[in-house]
Design a protein around this ligand. Structure first.
Ligand code: ASP
Length: 335
């Protein structure tokens, strides 16, 4: 009986035939784009780049690419990363301004520099020098989200321990003396987040992973989330597997959930249980955090896990492999 229960517990969520593409949320066209690259003989890095780029163009859910998540100044800035699980090279950009193709710039950081991570205005200048077009990332939609936020007295708001009271007022803010009072509970807006995180695994077991996002709605200018941070937003290691995360990056990045999940898969954990452990680790400290992780190993097993919240009981993700040959929508019950 015990053996049977252990076996059930270890059962993977799904098993695909390599090559495999898996990504967060029902971003089907992104999966298709990545899958087409693999079908045409392209590399897993090309697949991840093209897949995530698709979302940057389509503005998947408004949470990837231009015209989404305006910051406190109304500006959209982008974060992205890409990782090669064969060489452990990473290219990442954060707080990228004026450039739509953030994951393309991340790839350029990986391929054309010895660095890993470029940020802010300098990352944009690097991108322009590398031939990326500078454009305004603001749209009518992002402008109206911003205008509404100003009308709502800058709510929701990420500031704390400042004056005037940020739960009722716009800035400018000054620090206020810290009191022993319990901090205001942060409001969870599950619609303020979504990111494309993608893992592609080739027939030869080459793993690549990447992310692209416009971060969190009304973020403080300069805020960088988990998505471009290796081990937090995504991680790839061809000797074990890949993982990618989505959700409240401010909290999630403190736990490196993608790195943890890959390390657990290295020690033999099934992808779904690796993902679950990564979520549990965060839950222990932040029971009400919003987030999900996808995991896949080099034998083509995959899984996902998410933290159950009111209004968030299932997490959807996409999978494409040579059995299905078309992107399949999957979902997992949050716990
Ligand atoms: N993790 C992203 C961030 O916090 C957003 C998301 O995935 O929902 O920037």
């Amino acid at each position: 009986m015990t053996t049977f229960l252990i076996y059930i517990f270890m059962l993977p969520f799904g098993h695909a035939t390599l090559p495999l593409v898996i990504n967060t949320w029902p971003f089907r066209d992104a999966t298709s784009a990545a899958w087409s690259v693999l079908q045409a003989g392209g590399s897993v890095l090309d697949a991840v780049e093209q897949g995530c780029s698709r979302c940057e163009v389509d503005q998947c859910d408004g949470s990837v690419g231009f015209g989404g998540s305006p910051d406190e100044n109304g500006e959209t800035t982008l974060d992205a990363m890409i990782m090669n699980g064969d060489t452990m090279e990473v290219g990442a950009v954060a707080d990228l301004r004026r450039i739509k193709n953030a994951i393309g710039v991340a790839r350029a950081v990986m391929q054309h520099t010895e660095h890993t991570f470029l940020v802010g205005e300098s990352a944009s200048v690097f991108a322009e020098n590398m031939g990326f077009t500078a454009e305004d990332l603001t749209t009518n939609k992002s402008l109206s989200i911003f205008t509404q936020w100003l009308k709502d007295n800058c709510q929701p708001n990420y500031r704390k321990s400042v004056l005037p009271d940020p739960s009722k007022n716009c800035g400018p803010y000054k620090p206020r003396a810290m009191s022993k009072q319990r901090q205001r509970e942060r409001q969870i807006d599950i619609h303020a987040h979504d990111t494309i995180g993608m893992i592609a695994i080739g027939q030869d077991g080459h793993v690549a992973a990447g992310t692209s996002t416009n971060g969190a709605n009304h973020k403080i200018p300069g805020r960088v989330g988990d998505s471009p941070v290796a081990g937090a937003g995504a991680y790839a290691d061809s000797t074990a597997g890949g993982a990618a995360a989505t959700g409240d990056g401010d909290v999630m990045m403190r736990f490196l959930p993608s790195f943890l999940a890959v390390e657990l898969m290295r020690t033999g954990a099934a992808p779904s249980s690796a993902c679950k452990t990564a979520i549990s680790r965060i839950k222990r400290y932040y029971p009400e955090f919003f987030g999900a992780v996808i995991c896949a190993n080099t034998t083509g097993h995959y899984g996902a896990a998410c933290n159950k919240l009111p209004g968030f009981s299932k997490f959807s993700f996409m999978v494409s492999d040579s059995q299905s040959n078309i992107p399949l929508l999957k979902s997992v019950d949050c716990f």
